[in-house]
Design a protein. Sequence first.
Length: 70
Amino acid sequence: MALVELIRLPSGAEAELLRGRLESAGVHAVCFDAGMNIAESVGLLIPVRVMVLDEDLGEAKALLAEFGAD
């Protein structure tokens, strides 16, 4: 069970909202690098990665399309 990148988002808040939506749909997700864009303007340089299990990637991509977040 490896984690793979689903999407990169410019803000930690957006990433956490998406993570919550994925979790509520039954897809386990985590956010990487969320602490990196705490400093002013760093969020533009270091996006937050939303990661899912490799076996959930297809379902997660379908949910992204459904959420209109792709």
